[in-house]
Design a protein around this ligand. Structure first.
Ligand code: MSP
Length: 509
C-alpha cells in the first residue's frame, strides 16, 4: 500500500478575488503534492474557500448580493485560476457545504459536552459603523483603528473556548516536536506568545448572521476561525472517523502565510486537543510578497492578478518564478523585470538552450537516433554522479520545503550539462570518424541527464516537463522509476526540440 500524504492550503476568503499571494500558497502546495506523488505517495491535496463571517456578509451587502451569491461567484474565480495554474488538488471544500457545516457542529458540540466551551460575556470596544470589536490596545486614542471614529465599551453574550486550559499541553507539544512549527523563527514567536499566557477565546458571535448556528442556540453563529480551521478534517469526512479521515489525518503539512500562523498553531491544535483528536504534524508559514517594493493593496491599485501573468508569460514561467525567486519562508518582492530576467536567463538560456543544442546535435551527427554509450571517462562519470546526487539533494530540500534550493540544485545540473558540452566539444569529435563511439557516449550522457532533470521538474513545471520528456523520447509520465540513470534506450529517435521558452525583450516593461 502506498504511504499517505496530506497537504493543505488555507481556504481563501471570498470577499477578495485571487492575487499572487493566494496563488503562491497554492502553487507551493501543488509542487509538494506532485513531488510526493512522483515519489509514490498516495496524496490528498486540499484547497477551498472560506465563505462565512462578517467580512463576507459585508462584501455581499456592498455588492448588492446575498453572501451565498457572492461566494458562488468568487469561488469560481479561485477554481478557474487553479485550473489555469495546473493545480492538482484532490478536493475543493467550501465552508457553506453541508458536509462542512455538519462536521463543524459536531466538533463544537463535542468540545461543549466536554465542558471546554461555556457561555459567558464578551466585553470590548465596539465600533458600530464597522461592526467590529477591538481590544483596548488596538484602539488609537480610543478610536477605531480602521475608520478613526469613536468606539464604545459593549458587552456581548458569547461562547468561550477554554483555551487557557491547554496552554501547558500545547507548549509541551511544541517543545517536544521541533518540526511542528516552521520556519524556526516563527516557532520562537509562537513559543513566546504561548508563554505569555493563553486567554479563553470567544468562539461565537451574535452581531451578524452569516455563519454556522451554534448547536442548541441559534442566536449565535460559530466564530469564523473555528468554522474555517475545521475544514481540514470535514473535507476528509469528519465526524466519520474511518475513510479518508482515518487514512490521511493527522495532516502532514498545513501550508499557510505568516499572518495566519497563530490561528493554525495555537487555536487549531487546542481545539483538536479538546476534542481528543490528533494534531497536524507540521505547519509551515511562508513570507509575504510585496510588489515593486510596495505592499500589495487595492487602494494602491498594484494587485498582481495571476491570470494576467499567466496570459503574458505562460503558466510554467510563473510557477517557476514564484518558487525560485524567494526562499520559502522569507518575504519577497515581485517585479516584472525580475520575472523576465528569470525567464531569459534560467528558462530560455540554461534549460531551453541545453535541450535545443543537444537534440540538434543528435540530429546532425546521428540522424536523431540515440546510440549506446561507450566507455565512461572521468568527465562523464562526474556528470553522471552529479545528476544522480541531485535526486537526493532535491528530496532533502523538498522535505524542508526549501523549494528555491531544490530548483537551484536542479539548475546546477543544467549548468553542468552546458559545461559538459563545451568541454567535450561534440563538434570537434564529429569531425573525426574514429571518435564515433566517444561522440555516442557524450550524446547519451547529455540527453540522459536531462531526462532525469525533466522528471524532477515535473513537480514544478508539469507542462514543460512533459514536453521535455516527450522530446527526449520518453513518452511516459514522470515517475519514480524514471529517476534511475540509464532509462533512455539506445535506438530511440529524438527530434530537434523547439524553443521551450522564447526570450522576452527586457525593455518590454
Ligand atoms: N480565510 C483565511 C484562512 C483560513 S484557513 C483555515 C484567510 N484567507 S485569505 O484569503 O485572506 O488569505 C489566504 C492566504 O493568502 C494566507 O495564507 C495569506 O498569508 C496569503 N496571502 C495573502 N496576501 C499575501 C501576500 N501579499 N503574499 C503572500 N501571501 C499572502 O486568511
Amino acid at each position: 500500500m502506498k504511504p499517505a500524504f496530506y497537504v493543505t492550503t488555507p481556504i481563501y476568503y471570498v470577499n477578495d478575488v485571487p492575487h499572487i499571494g493566494h496563488a503562491y500558497t497554492t502553487l507551493a502546495a501543488d509542487v509538494l503534492a506532485r513531488y510526493k506523488r512522483l515519489k509514490g505517495f498516495d496524496v490528498f491535496f486540499l484547497t477551498g474557500t472560506d465563505e462565512h463571517g462578517q467580512k463576507v456578509e459585508k462584501a455581499a451587502t456592498a455588492a448588492g448580493e446575498t453572501p451565498l451569491e457572492l461566494a458562488d461567484r468568487v469561488m469560481k474565480r479561485f477554481q478557474s485560476l487553479w485550473e489555469k495554474l495546473e493545480i492538482s488538488n484532490t478536493d475543493f471544500i467550501r465552508t457553506t457545504q453541508e458536509r462542512h457545516k455538519k462536521g463543524v457542529s459536531v466538533l463544537f458540540e463535542r468540545v461543549m459536552e466536554k465542558g471546554d466551551i461555556y457561555l459567558g460575556e464578551y466585553e470590548d470596544w465596539y465600533c458600530t459603523p464597522c461592526e467590529t470589536f477591538w481590544t483596548e490596545t488596538q484602539l488609537i486614542d480610543y478610536k477605531c483603528p480602521d475608520c478613526n471614529r469613536p468606539t464604545e465599551k459593549l458587552k456581548e453574550e458569547s461562547y468561550f473556548f477554554r483555551m487557557s486550559k491547554y496552554q501547558d499541553q500545547l507548549l509541551a507539544h511544541i517543545e517536544a516536536n521541533p518540526d511542528f512549527i516552521q520556519p524556526k523563527s516563527r516557532r520562537n514567536e509562537i513559543i513566546s506568545f504561548v508563554k505569555e499566557g493563553l486567554r479563553d477565546l470567544s468562539v461565537s458571535r451574535t452581531t451578524f448572521q452569516w455563519g454556522i448556528p451554534v448547536p442548541g442556540n441559534d442566536k449565535h453563529v460559530v466564530y469564523v476561525w473555528f468554522d474555517a480551521l475545521t475544514n481540514y478534517i470535514t473535507a476528509l469526512g469528519y465526524p466519520e472517523e474511518g475513510g479518508d479521515y482515518g487514512k490521511y489525518w493527522p495532516c502532514d503539512v498545513h501550508l499557510i502565510g505568516k499572518d495566519i500562523l497563530r490561528f493554525h498553531t495555537v487555536y487549531w491544535p487546542t481545539f483538536l486537543m479538546a476534542a481528543g483528536l490528533p494534531i497536524p504534524k507540521k505547519v509551515f508559514a511562508h513570507g509575504w510578497w510585496t510588489v515593486e517594493g510596495q505592499k500589495m493593496s487595492k487602494s494602491l491599485q498594484n494587485v498582481v492578478e495571476p491570470n494576467m501573468l499567466v496570459d503574458k508569460y505562460g503558466v510554467d514561467a510563473v510557477r517557476y518564478f514564484l518558487l525560485r525567486e524567494v526562499p520559502f519562508g522569507l518575504d519577497g518582492d515581485f517585479s516584472h523585470q525580475a520575472l523576465i530576467h528569470r525567464i531569459n536567463s534560467d528558462l530560455a538560456n540554461d534549460l531551453g538552450n541545453l535541450l535545443n543544442r543537444s537534440t540538434a546535435m543528435l540530429g546532425k551527427y546521428f540522424g536523431g537516433v540515440l546510440q549506446a554509450p561507450g566507455e565512461e571517462t572521468e568527465l562523464d562519470k562526474a556528470y553522471r554522479e552529479k545528476t544522480v546526487a541531485m535526486i537526493d539533494q532535491v528530496d532533502g530540500f523538498i522535505e524542508e520545503l526549501a523549494f528555491s534550493r531544490a530548483l537551484q540544485a536542479i539548475w546546477e545540473v543544467i549548468s553542468a550539462g552546458n559545461k559538459y558540452i563545451d568541454e567535450t566539444a561534440p563538434w570537434t569529435l564529429a569531425k573525426d570518424p574514429e571518435q564515433r563511439e566517444r561522440l555516442s557516449t557524450v550524446m547519451y550522457y547529455m540527453l540522459e541527464s536531462q531526462r532525469v532533470v525533466y522528471t524532477l521538474l515535473s513537480a514544478f513545471m508539469p507542462k514543460t516537463a512533459q514536453k521535455g520528456l516527450c522530446c527526449l523520447g520518453w513518452p511516459e509520465e514522470a515517475s519514480a522509476e524514471g529517476l534511475a540513470w540509464g532509462g533512455l534506450k539506445p535506438g530511440t529517435t529524438i527530434a530537434k526540440a523547439e524553443a521551450l521558452f522564447p526570450r522576452i525583450e527586457e525593455k518590454a516593461e
